[in-house]
Design a protein around this ligand. Structure first.
Ligand code: CP
Ligand code: NVA
Length: 326
């Protein structure tokens, strides 16, 4: 779609692209959409007459399906674009692809390797771009994770969502240099959540995410330790992610052995605050980053977390959507 100078295009590439006030509103919309899912009304179809592209360079189950269903439920048409099937895979540039797709679509949801690709498409295209995971960040997941916790900690009171998160402690174990860890660092600083990261030597969060906090003017709320028990002590929620992220397969053997001490198991969960939740963005590898006894325990809220991807992403899309050109 052609750009409209009176209505600047908004993107969602990183956690800090929305202010806390906007996040409060996104969470409230997500709650409402969740409650009314079975009873849509024409007034609640912000993507009516719109087509949104879902461009995936990597595998996905949750993100792909929840966005496809979400665009449809908001009145729009999802257009699935596997990068392998586009001329991109035969050498057409990202710049040309962005400019062409912008002429057809009202928005683009992209899962890719290098985060820079998202920034390039956002800069050259003329429609909203949503980060559906890059090697650097996974902001849709982190917003969903905080929303899932806020639902519980606020006793389902949307006005108290953000307040209920402030000052809480979250522990993340395992690959503390991955996209999920970076997103927790950024989202935690934005919303006043303490984040303890425990992983092996060599997996400390990289300079890039520290610089991002500085650019956003946020005081760090995270710390890194090699001691998993120290990280989980007093934590209100313990989470982890796969030890071998997409694109890191060549390091699999080394990672599986180095990260073994950071498996989230029952003794470790007992060291957290009583009543602490366990979360995982999924897919999970039971027996690796998490013991089956934890994944399947009452503390585990991973499927509520997965479901909430749909509601939160619908709220994000509604927040970014612009009226269609006639
Ligand atoms: N958590 C998540 O993003 O899952 P998918 O890789 O299946 O989309
Ligand atoms: N860190 C994982 C997240 C998967 C949802 C990956 O990038 O593969």
């Amino acid at each position: 779609m052609k750009s409209d100078a009176t209505c600047p295009v908004r993107h969602f590439l990183k956690e800090t692209d929305f202010t806390p006030v906007e996040i409060q509103s996104v969470f409230a919309t997500a709650s409402e959409m969740k409650a009314r899912r079975g009873a849509p009304s024409p007034a609640r179809l912000p993507l009516a007459r719109q087509s949104w592209g879902l461009l995936f360079f990597k595998k996905s189950t949750r993100t792909r399906v929840s966005f496809q269903v979400g665009v449809h439920e908001l009145g729009g048409q999802p257009v699935m674009l596997n990068a392998d099937e586009l001329q991109l895979s035969r050498g057409e540039t990202t710049a040309d692809t962005a400019r062409v797709l912008s002429r057809y679509l009202h928005g683009l949801v992209i899962r890719c390797y290098e985060h820079g690709l998202l920034e390039e498409v956002a800069q050259l295209g003329t429609v909203p771009v949503v980060n559906a995971l890059s090697d650097y960040l996974h902001p849709c997941q982190i917003y969903t994770d905080f929303f899932t916790l806020a639902e519980r900690w606020s006793n389902a009171t949307p006005a108290r969502h953000l307040e209920s998160l402030k000052g809480r402690k979250i522990a993340f174990l395992g690959d503390t240099a991955c996209n999920m860890a970076n997103s927790l660092i950024l989202g935690g600083a934005l919303l006043g959540v303490q984040v303890a990261l425990a992983g092996p030597s060599g997996y400390e969060p990289a300079a890039g995410i520290r610089a991002q906090l500085q650019r956003d003017g946020l005081a760090p709320t995270w710390h890194f330790t090699q001691d998993p028990v120290e990280a989980v002590r007093g934590a209100d929620m313990v989470c982890t992610d796969v030890w071998v992220s997409m694109g890191m397969e060549s390091e699999k053997a080394a990672r599986l052995s180095q990260m073994q001490p950071y498996q989230v198991n029952a003794p470790l969960m007992r060291a957290a605050r009583p009543g602490a939740y366990f979360m995982h963005c999924l897919p999970a590898h039971a027996g690796e980053e998490v013991a089956e006894e934890v994944l399947e325990s009452p503390a585990s809220i991973v499927f509520d977390q997965a479901e909430n991807r749909l509601h939160v992403q619908k709220a994000i899309l509604a927040h970014l959507a612009r009226p269609p050109a006639v």
